[in-house]
Write a protein that binds this ligand. Structure first.
Ligand code: GDP
Ligand code: FE
Ligand code: FE
Ligand code: FE
Length: 196
């Protein structure tokens, strides 16, 4: 595992060590697989493989940060106060960018935006946003009904993968009577519906 030292003053080893210290081993291994899958999707879509690998690696950096720390950061660091009505499922992408900047010293806007959008998607998505969003969904450790179809669709066409994931996630959330974050819903309307 090695990350080109272009996007942070920290060394590759330091980034890996901080990531490992911030989560349990299961989550760490998921991040390694998302990094590898991001690299593969980058190659297929003519995107910078090293940049995609780093974005994929750090995407869940803040997934296990304590809830109280999140609440404090949302209140004091200029985030939308509506976020206080949500939970770590939503926070670890959008607010996770704060911890990645603070701890991993990554300031690259494209990387931070890809992390911000990796859970919900968004109305507008860059190639890197789509790569990380899809790598998270189809990495080899994922095992849910439909994952093989998701992989097939995504490797054939990244945008179709985004549409598939948003429809899949939304129907799963609704089936379980979960609250839908408005951005998830807006993204679904753009990427998953027929009149596109
Ligand atoms: P992970 O961090 O690798 O587990 O994956 P994600 O960051 O993609 O998703 C984290 C969790 O957020 C998953 O359980 C998703 O189903 C959930 N999630 C995604 N969108 C929404 C939403 O709009 N509302 C709610 N309540 N949960 C969501
Ligand atoms: Fe996540
Ligand atoms: Fe995701
Ligand atoms: Fe993830």
């Amino acid at each position: 595992l090695f990350f080109k030292e272009t996007y942070s003053p920290l060394s590759s080893d330091e980034i890996i060590a901080k990531e490992k210290a911030n989560m349990d081993n299961k989550r760490f291994k998921h991040c390694v697989r998302v990094s590898e899958t991001s690299r593969k999707l980058a190659k297929l879509n003519n995107y910078d493989e090293d940049k995609a690998a780093l974005a994929g690696f750090v995407h869940d950096y803040a997934k296990q940060v304590p809830k109280e720390e999140y609440r404090k950061v949302i209140k004091t660091q200029g985030f939308d106060q509506d976020l206080l009505n949500w939970n770590r499922s939503i926070w670890h992408g959008i607010v996770g960018t704060y911890f990645i900047k603070r701890d991993l010293k990554i300031t690259d806007k494209e990387i931070l935006t890809a992390v911000d959008r990796h859970t919900t998607g968004d109305v507008k998505m860059t190639t890197l946003d789509k790569i990380v969003f899809m790598a998270d969904f189809i990495e080899p450790g994922r095992d849910f009904p439909g994952v093989d179809e998701a992989r097939k669709i995504t490797f054939a066409n990244l945008d179709d993968g985004v549409g598939f994931q948003l429809a899949h996630t939304l129907s799963y959330l609704i089936k379980d009577r979960n609250k839908i974050y408005p951005r998830t819903f807006k993204a679904y309307n753009v990427w998953s519906t027929k009149k596109k």
